[in-house]
Design a protein around this ligand. Structure first.
Ligand code: SF4
Ligand code: SF4
Length: 336
């Protein structure tokens, strides 16, 4: 029991330290007033075409890399750090050791037959990705200009028009690179493209207000109604998030609250009642429920990171039938 408690304290402190580092980096990049020093490029980790989720119609999703939260169940761990990262796939490796010989920093070493990267030494020169005959190394994240992103999303403009779709900015947390995101949203508007954004809302009020002026639909994450539980699950409390939610409602924005339903965190019927109470108070009437899944598990291995939810069973839509009913009974338009 005592050992488990010590482990939990260690884990909590590790998350707090990481968040502190994130915040310092965020302030360095954005300043207190939110002026990004490098608004010309953003770190993007994926541009996904033909999505039928994350907003109406056929959509292109632009995934921004970097997030101030550290949700324990995150299924996109490659989205968390606002840095290019090197991944390594053990299943492809034939142990030729070319990578170890080639790395100019001596950052790659072998431990129990597994290649590990000393991240303090790695300078992301990408030589390991070029030398590996089996392409076991790869990178996550690429800096892109507005023009580069636009040229990609404009390829499907006919599909957006025919299907009532558009473009969704997601992440990571899109507000981590807010200046670029606002510029991109303005550019999309010039072409009459519907603009959605998935966000945690964890940013200053000033940045948030500027951002939502340029968004047609907000997919607003809501992880927990209780501020302490929110902090335990994500590393930050929800005070700022709820204030920004209220600000979005006051401005008449179209909002869908998205609740990731996580076992032993927020999946009881009492939790559903409490979420309903809070959302009713805030004035949001549309809810999407996202059952916990394990699709991101392999990515933690590729990134050589610990995954705390490894053995937690997945939830399926049929597991949330009663949970959903609570929202319906409280007057919500609720979908799974
Ligand atoms: S170069 Fe590729 S295949 Fe060879 S040891 Fe390194 S990771 Fe494995
Ligand atoms: S990116 Fe460069 S420095 Fe980093 S591990 Fe690969 S070869 Fe070494």
């Amino acid at each position: 029991m005592i050992t488990n408690e010590i482990k939990n304290i260690y884990k909590r402190n590790k998350i707090c330290l990481q968040l502190l580092k994130n915040e310092l980096f965020y302030l360095y990049k954005n300043g207190i007033g939110g002026e990004n020093m490098n608004s010309k490029k953003a770190l993007i980790f994926n541009i996904q075409k033909f999505s039928i989720h994350d907003g109406p119609g056929i959509r292109t999703i632009v995934f921004f890399k970097g997030c101030p939260l550290r949700c324990l169940w995150c299924s996109n761990p490659e989205s968390q750090k606002n840095d290019i990262e090197i991944t390594w796939d053990a299943s492809k490796c034939i142990s030729c050791k070319q990578c170890i010989k080639t790395c100019p920093q001596g950052a790659i070493y072998e431990k129990n037959g597994i290649k590990a990267i000393n991240k303090n030494r790695c300078i992301i020169c990408k030589r390991c990705t070029e030398i590996c005959p089996k392409k076991a190394f790869d990178t996550e994240g690429e800096y892109k200009t507005i023009d580069e992103v636009m040229s990609e999303v404009l390829k499907d403009i006919d599909f957006y028009e025919e299907s009532g779709g558009g473009v969704t900015l997601s992440g990571g947390e899109v507000l981590y690179q807010a200046d670029f995101a606002i510029e991109l949203l303005k550019e999309l508007n010039k072409y009459g493209i519907h603009r959605a954004a998935e966000t945690t809302g964890f940013t200053s009020h000033d940045i948030f207000k500027k951002f939502i002026e340029n968004v047609d639909l907000l997919l607003f994450d809501m992880k927990h109604y209780d501020t302490q539980k929110h902090e335990q699950g994500t590393g930050v409390n929800n005070d700022l998030i709820i204030e920004n939610m209220k600000a979005a409602v006051d401005r008449g924005k179209d909002i869908i609250a998205r609740i990731p339903v996580i076992p032993n965190f927020n999946n009881s019927l009492r939790d559903a009642e409490k979420f309903s109470d809070l959302l009713n108070k805030i004035g949001i009437k549309k809810v999407n429920l996202l059952p916990f899944h394990q699709f991101g598990q392999k990515k933690y291995k590729l990134l050589q990171r610990e995954y705390e939810m490894e053995n937690v069973p997945q939830l399926h839509p049929e597991d949330l039938t009663d949970y959903k009913k609570v929202f319906i009974n409280n007057g919500f338009d609720c979908k799974i």
